[in-house]
Ligand binder design. Structure first.
Ligand code: ATP
Ligand code: MG
Ligand code: MG
Ligand code: MG
Length: 566
């Protein structure tokens, strides 16, 4: 590609609305253009990046045995009514009516559609396992679209859905997807971490998120540098003390409420450092200790935490029941004044009662949620564990001290089990001729979010430093004096032709601009390798090579430059 024939549209300054470096740089480099809130056009340069990300994702999905398909973006309401999510999904779902007044939505995700396909197409165990994926446009009416393509309303997701005969087979498929995801992010040159995660509005048992590590990330991650423990701190949705109470139908409301994470709320309540609170929650995630303190009115929190805690059943006790259970005086459960001694009292009594319960739904109170523990732990150990966490510095799996970092969620995998297959009656006949619900998994990657997340990790004062695998072009050939020097023009054209013939994504910057302008643009848009061709070095048979990542510059023999770039 020659810049004279390509559409480059760079800006010196970013528009005011952009807060994060990646958002600013994507606008300045002309990768995207805003149409409306959370709606972006991928300009030709940006689309090249997006397509490269997609190519790596497709390649790893295909290798893992998944099959690509493409489902409609618009989905009929009936399927969502069958699964129960039409009423449940909340305002993130964009609903619409057609000319016959029938209800539809613009799909925020595709579990219902794929389950509908599977129930009519798959009849026998002999057809399983199957894993389908698509790279497709989703719409979620995010409460606060921001950070450009990272939290957009319309965005590109790769979503895959697997069908297996039983839980063991699903676990194997899930492990394969975990590996495929690790491969994708490694190949894209990203620093990432997989963490134990909450299952959110998608549901199911057991899930991991993949996070690109960046200080600007919206999620806090707790990890142990000396063991493989890692979990999303925000295991429950944000607890927003001042936010309006969720009506049951809106239980799956937006995450983007004024942010106080559960951890932060707990830390504040207990007056202990966030790290220690994280440890409490980490123990829950790690299924070593199932105790969790929550404040707030968010019924979903209990369900999520309870799921993590492996509780079979949830019920919401009344305040009177709770008081009776703990033998608490009136006022004890008030929103303020909970001291650590009382917290320990709760822990001890709960442990003593050895009971599973959840309290306080829809009550603007502090409540204790999800109490249970591994059967192999002695009661005294559990009490000691809680004390340790509240008082001490140990980590959740006993193998090191927990640290916290921030991340951007770029992938999320779930073992759905039979949540959707049961709701939609998606069954198969096993070898004995018995009808069984299929075991499902689902696996998402935020393809468009990855572009922003990658930039968040790879930029400097000059602009973007794209990892090679997703750069819009791999090599920029920048002639100094293309229009006036025959020698420069000939050398640049020859190098361009040779690289192109070898399949290198090369951009020849043949614009009639000052060299400083050309260099600045190539640096801003993040091309990993630059070859500068000028009369002076050409006279010595040399060209200049500059690596975008670290700025290293060297004069290279003209004959050697192709080999260096390949
Ligand atoms: P988040 O917590 O950031 O809102 P999510 O947990 O709601 O994301 P999933 O339902 O897990 O998202 O969807 C799979 C992937 O789609 C996410 O891991 C993320 O990379 C991407 N994604 C989700 N919402 C958006 C969005 N609004 N804009 C861009 N990408 C998104
Ligand atoms: Mg979300
Ligand atoms: Mg999430
Ligand atoms: Mg998610």
């Amino acid at each position: 590609m020659r810049t004279s024939q390509f559409f480059l549209s760079t800006l010196k300054e970013a528009p005011n609305e952009a807060e994060l470096p990646s958002h600013k740089l994507m606008l300045r480099a002309g990768l995207i253009k805003k149409l409306g809130s959370g709606l972006y056009t991928w300009m030709p340069l940006g689309l090249r990046v997006l397509r490269k990300v997609e190519a790596v994702v497709r390649d790893e999905m295909n290798r893992a045995g998944a099959m690509e398909m493409l489902m409609p973006a618009i989905q009929p309401a009936e399927l969502w009514q069958e699964s129960g999510r039409w009423a449940q999904f909340g305002p993130q779902m964009l609903k619409m009516k057609d000319r016959h007044q029938r209800d539809f939505c613009f799909g925020p995700t595709h579990e219902e559609v794929i389950t509908d396909i599977a129930r009519s197409e798959i009849k026998s165990y002999k057809q399983l396992p199957l894993n389908f994926y698509q790279v497709q446009t989703k719409f979620r009416d995010e409460i606060r679209p921001r950070f450009g393509v990272m939290r957009a309303r319309e965005f590109v997701m790769k979503d895959a859905y697997s069908f297996d005969v039983d839980a063991a087979a699903l676990a194997k498929t899930y492990a394969g997807m975990y590996q495929a995801y690790s491969n994708v992010f490694t190949r894209l040159g990203l620093r990432f971490r997989a963490v134990a995660a909450d299952t959110g509005a998608i549901g199911g048992d057991g899930s991991h998120e993949f996070h690109v590590l960046a200080d600007s990330g919206e999620d806090a991650l707790a990890y142990c540098p000396t063991s493989d423990f890692a979990a999303n701190v925000e295991l429950a949705e944000a607890v927003a003390p001042a936010a309006p109470r969720a009506a049951p139908a809106e239980a799956m409301r937006d995450v983007e409420t004024p942010k106080q994470t559960t951890c932060e709320a707990v830390a504040q309540l207990l007056d202990i450092p966030l790290q220690r609170t994280v440890k409490l929650i980490a123990l829950v995630a790690n299924e070593q200790l199932h105790i969790m303190l929550l404040r707030g009115d968010h019924s979903l929190n209990e369900v999520k935490v309870g799921k993590l805690a492996g509780l079979a059943e949830f019920r919401f006790a009344t305040e009177e029941e709770i008081r009776a259970f703990f033998n608490c005086p009136p006022g004890f459960l008030g929103p303020v004044g909970i001291d650590r001694a009382k917290v320990r009292l709760i822990a001890d009594r709960t442990v003593a009662a050895m009971s599973d319960f959840v309290v306080g739904a829809n009550k603007p109170k502090f409540h204790l949620a999800g109490v249970n523990w591994g059967r192999d732990l002695a009661e005294a150990d559990v009490v000691a564990d809680i004390r340790n966490v509240v008082d001490g510095d140990g980590s959740p799996d006993g193998k090191g001290v927990l640290e916290i970092c921030r991340g951007i969620e770029v992938g999320h995998i779930f073992q759905l089990r039979t949540k959707y297959s049961e709701a939609l009656n998606c069954t198969y006949l096993d070898a004995e001729g018995v009808l069984k619900p299929m075991e499902m998994g689902c696996y998402g990657i935020g393809v468009s979010r990855i572009v922003g997340a990658a930039i968040e990790q790879n930029f400097d004062e000059k602009g973007i430093r794209f990892p090679a695998a997703m750069a819009p072009f791999t090599v920029a050939v920048v002639p100094v004096g293309y229009q006036r020097s025959e020698a420069v023009k000939a050398a640049a054209d020859a190098l361009y032709a040779e690289l192109a013939s070898r399949g290198v994504d090369v951009l020849l910057d043949d614009r009639n601009e000052r060299p400083g302008v050309l260099f600045a643009d190539m640096e801003l848009i993040g091309i990993p390798h630059r070859v500068t061709i000028g009369d002076k070095s050409l006279a010595d048979g040399k060209v200049e090579y500059v690596a975008r990542r670290d700025g290293t510059t060297e004069l290279v023999e003209q004959q050697a430059i192709v080999a260096l770039l390949l």
